[in-house]
Ligand binder design. Sequence first.
Ligand SMILES: Nc1ncnc2c1ncn2[C@@H]1O[C@H](COP(=O)(O)OP(=O)(O)OP(=O)(O)O)[C@@H](O)[C@H]1O
Ligand SMILES: CC(C)(CO)[C@@H](O)C(=O)NCCC(=O)O
Ligand SMILES: [K+]
Length: 242
Amino acid sequence: MLWLDLGNTRLKYWLTDDIGQIVDHDAKQHLQAPAELLMGLTDRFERYAPDFIGISSVLGEALNIKVTETLSRLNIPFEFVHVDAAHPLMRSDYNDQQLGCDRWLQMLGAVDKKKRQCVIGCGTAVTIDLIDHATHLGGYIFPSIYLQRESLFSGTKQITISNGAFDSVGQGMTTQDAVHRGILLSIVGAINEISHRHPNFEVIMTGGDAAIIAQHVNRPVRLRDDLLLNGLARYFDHSKQT
Ligand SMILES: Nc1ncnc2c1ncn2[C@@H]1O[C@H](COP(=O)(O)OP(=O)(O)OP(=O)(O)O)[C@@H](O)[C@H]1O
Ligand SMILES: CC(C)(CO)[C@@H](O)C(=O)NCCC(=O)O
Ligand SMILES: [K+]
């Protein structure tokens, strides 16, 4: 199988064998040209001769059409995930026309009907979602630490910070520190507040920035890097059976 995650910043792919083991995986910036990037990867994909391609995309109709055109040339069946708010593994009252499928798949990959869970995705946006015994209760969306820094940079004259490390939530004494620490605190503080309001929820974090953020969260955090892939496998396994 070939699994694709078309995110706002990066395209990720996983090639898995018959027993679900990952045989190849990569993540690449697509610079809003995912179809062109996929074209360059087709040789690699064809070498493994996957029998199916499952796709998560949050890129919108126009780019999805281009991706469809590119994938059609491979002569391998493929399918885009559609959010199903009444999925047997997890129901949701969130507006299913709006819920991002990466966000939904991360939850589907994590959901456990015996638990209360808080699933946090740390990509281009940070998403925080609450799930109570396999019912999605809704959530929050924040700009990532990098998007927040870019917005300060572009919206002010005196803040010219465009790089540096996000490594502390203590107050800063320089612009550099105040910016990085303020931004990191906005996300860490929100997570701490949400987990304070929902004390019995297991906190699960995934995505490129999860480790940076998790360090400062004052609750035990389970870091997982397989949630979206697991969600894709669960989604297509179920759709094959029905
Ligand atoms: N402006 C930036 N400068 C440096 N690194 C960035 C910037 N924007 C994003 N990143 C990196 O991108 C990664 C984002 O995490 P992740 O891989 O989960 O999401 P993504 O692939 O970028 O987002 P999406 O899935 O929405 O495309 C992080 O590792 C972060 O360090
Ligand atoms: C929130 C992001 C950007 C996270 O990648 C994506 O899931 C998305 O575009 N969602 C649509 C908005 C929503 O989930 O309500
Ligand atoms: K947008």
